[in-house]
Design a protein around this ligand. Structure first.
Ligand code: CTP
Length: 449
């Protein structure tokens, strides 16, 4: 019996796939199809799959062509599989010509002509074709980064950039050609909006977008008080559009795995979560003082608070906020520490744009602790550490684009599937807004020099 093996993602199964499977089968008597897992695809930079592994397996199975389906999970697995299944022929489409010649050492390698004119990439782009408008002011640097990340996501077109303050467009002009003077003009041309303007403007801008029936992805915090945040979520629901809070860390694979390890009790009961995020950056201060500059609590607070709320929940008994102000009137804090008290745990977050510290995350438990080195918010690595160092474990996961592109894919999937696919629950967004409200309502201890 001649055994043939072939591999692929098989997202949105199409005619090209079926033709390939038929010809692969015709090369022998028994066909094994290896379908890439979602994690493996992520490590190969394939982040746009529309269908989950289960759905892709079901689609290949339904063709009735494969005799056996296996999952491809790691680099180098092909050699293992060929040996394990005693494979005679390895085959893939001609788009891979030459790439798998090294397998000749183990079996015969055959490249089959690729079917012209059809691909999963094209099908995904056709299904999406979403027009996104960008809104920003001070944080041009980040907006620039987002423009590059949007380019990695299938079927998304950037319509233009609106800036209330008429920010210097110079660095964006190479990439974007449309800079409307009115926000409404951008809304009209877009299906969805990404907002990174100053948090003081969020409420008005989000509300206008939602009322115009546009989906919104907004850099956290969504609003500076709880009531407004709740109102915006209710409005989004009423208008049947997606409102998602943008905290890129929530989409990092390492961070997500860390949460799962903590939740599955690997470090025992969690007693303390301590997160620090700091950066020292020159800020542009105009005549309005620090009013339009992202302060420490807005720039870093949501990211630092995220693991606290995701691990310990939002029902804390007390949140004690202490800040060092550079411009008290405009609530510009160069450093803030928030101490949370829970029934059975404590947490602390330290955020700063004018003070430097070690940007690490530590989750302490009764059996061990999780240590994420600086900068923990964009890490691809963490450790579970125990009393006996020989029990320690290290975890590595690839992180592309600091998690931003995974977040954009989630946002777009939410829009398409009409089902929120956010890693951040509404309850957490509202609780983050509550902390902002306490800060802006002067419920802070002040550190004075
Ligand atoms: N294939 C083919 N003809 C096509 C598309 C794919 O013969 N028009 C083959 C590929 O060469 C591969 C298998 O089908 O052997 C699975 O390919 P996959 O990468 O899953 O499909 P694509 O449509 O190429 O996906 P993408 O656009 O995401 O790269």
């Amino acid at each position: 019996m001649i055994k043939v093996i072939t591999y692929g993602t098989y997202d949105l199964l199409h005619y090209g796939h079926i033709r390939l499977l038929e010809r692969a089968k015709a090369l022998g008597d028994y066909l094994i199809v290896g379908i890439t897992s979602d994690d493996y695809d992520k490590t190969r930079g394939k982040i746009n799959n529309q269908q989950s592994l289960i759905e892709r397996i079901a689609a290949v199975k339904a063709t009735g062509i494969a005799d056996e389906i296996i999952v491809e999970e790691y680099e180098g697995q092909k050699i293992d599989d060929i040996k394990k299944y005693d494979v005679d022929i390895f085959t893939v489409g001609s788009d891979w010509k030459g790439y798998f010649d090294y397998l000749n050492e183990y079996c015969k390698v055959v490249y089959l002509d690729r079917t012209e004119g059809v691909s999963s990439t094209e099908l995904r782009a056709k299904a999406r074709e979403l027009c996104i408008g960008l809104v920003g002011d001070e944080e041009i640097r980040i907006l620039n980064k987002y423009i590059d990340e949007f380019a990695c996501v299938n079927g998304v077109k950037i319509t233009g950039v609106f800036s209330e303050g008429g920010m210097a467009d110079d660095c964006l002009k190479e990439k974007i050609s449309y800079f409307p003077e009115k926000y409404e003009e951008l809304l009209e041309k877009s299906d969805a909006i990404y907002i990174i303007s100053h948090p003081q403007k969020h409420y008005v801008q989000i509300k206008a977008a939602l009322l115009a029936g546009k989906h919104v992805l907004v850099e956290s915090p969504i609003a500076l008080n709880k009531a407004e945040c709740k109102e915006l979520f209710e409005l989004a629901e009423k208008e049947h559009v997606v409102l998602m809070e943008a905290i890129k860390t929530a989409y990092s694979t390492a961070y997500n795995r860390l949460l799962l390890i903590v939740k599955s009790g690997k470090i025992g009961k969690v007693v303390s979560v301590d997160a620090t995020c700091t950066s020292i950056r020159d800020v542009n201060v105009d005549a309005a003082g620090y009013r339009n500059v992202w302060n420490s609590i807005c720039a870093w607070g949501p990211t630092a608070i995220l693991p606290v709320f995701q691990i310990l929940g939002c029902n804390y008994k007390k949140a004690d906020i202490s800040s060092l102000f550079l411009d008290r009137e405009n609530r510009y804090d160069s450093f803030t520490k928030v101490d949370f008290l829970y029934d059975n745990a404590v947490a602390s977050v330290k955020v700063a744009r004018g003070v430097k510290s070690e940007g690490e995350l530590i989750v302490s438990g009764t059996k061990g602790y999780i240590y994420v080195p600086a900068p923990w918010w964009k890490t691809d690595y963490f450790e579970a550490r125990y009393e006996n160092p020989s029990d320690n474990r290290r975890f590595f996961y690839q992180l592309d684009g600091e998690g931003i592109r995974y977040m954009l894919v989630s946002f777009i999937k939410s829009i398409q599937n009409k089902k929120i696919n956010s890693e951040i629950s509404k309850e957490i967004s509202v609780s983050i807004s509550q902390i902002m409200q306490d800060f802006y309502n002067n419920k802070t201890n002040e550190i004075r020099w």
